[in-house]
Design a protein around this ligand. Structure first.
Ligand SMILES: CC(C)(COP(=O)(O)OP(=O)(O)OC[C@H]1O[C@@H](n2cnc3c(N)ncnc32)[C@H](O)[C@@H]1OP(=O)(O)O)[C@@H](O)C(=O)NCCC(=O)NCCS
Length: 195
């Protein structure tokens, strides 16, 4: 843990030191292999925006035995942060307190998946404006590693889409990291397309 922390602290410093050097050498031909290395090391990953234009034809929500969904209750913040850290990684900025304080926060669209008494997944179905239209936005979808591969991510995303439809929205969107195969597959199988 301490080592990871040190790496996180050191990375920006290394980038700061190395970037001017790469900049200086950019125009020399012999630098080509090094420059490709630079691109691999420092290129930030891209995010896709994916959109589902129509919520009319959603698949039926499957029953998931041994799991149940409930909406946010005051005091869930700690469990929410833990879910995010366990699922996205320790250093993912959790922003949960910020989300809950926001006057637009909709507790009825914030879903937790529980197994026995444990929180094992979550999705926040929030509303946003997209190209001037009120749109559902799937946010912070995650399932803890021990419960993955059981279509629970798919279930939670579909749960969020059903909520959007119930609240009168007609479309949904989200953003997803280009390297996140599991999430992209989940969204694509629900009809989301990159835009
Ligand atoms: C994305 C996530 C929620 C998927 O949860 P999951 O319950 O394991 O996924 P599911 O079992 O519902 O699988 C859904 C689809 O993804 C595919 N999939 C699951 N894990 C995969 C992996 N590691 N690589 C490629 N595809 C994968 C499944 O085959 C399935 O595809 P299908 O619908 O075509 O059959 C989970 O991996 C997670 O919490 N990741 C970390 C947080 C995150 O990145 N969230 C998304 C933010 S946009």
């Amino acid at each position: 843990m301490r080592q990871l922390f040190a790496e996180e602290k050191l990375k920006p410093l290394l980038i700061k030191l190395a970037m001017p050097l790469f900049g200086e050498l950019e125009n020399t031909l012999v630098m080509k292999p090094l420059l490709s290395l630079k691109n691999i090391m420092f290129k930030p990953s891209q995010y896709y925006i994916m959109r589902l234009d129509n919520l009319e034809n959603l698949k039926a929500l499957p029953t998931v035995t041994d799991y149940h969904v409930r909406t946010y209750r005051s005091g869930d913040e700690r469990a929410w942060v833990q879910l995010i850290k366990r699922s996205f990684g320790q250093y993912f900025p959790d922003k949960v307190a910020e989300i809950c304080r926001n006057k637009e926060f909709d507790p009825n669209g914030c879903f937790f998946l529980k197994h026995d008494h444990e929180f094992v997944g979550t999705v926040y179905a929030m509303q946003t404006q997209f190209q001037g239209v009120k749109t559902g936005c799937i946010h912070r979808l995650c399932v803890v590693p021990e419960h993955r591969g059981k279509r629970l991510g798919h279930f939670l995303a579909l749960y969020a889409l059903n909520y959007f439809r119930k609240t009168g929205l007609q479309s949904a969107m989200l953003d997803v990291n280009e390297n996140n195969d599991a999430a992209i597959k989940t969204y694509a199988s629900l009809g989301f397309k990159p835009i």
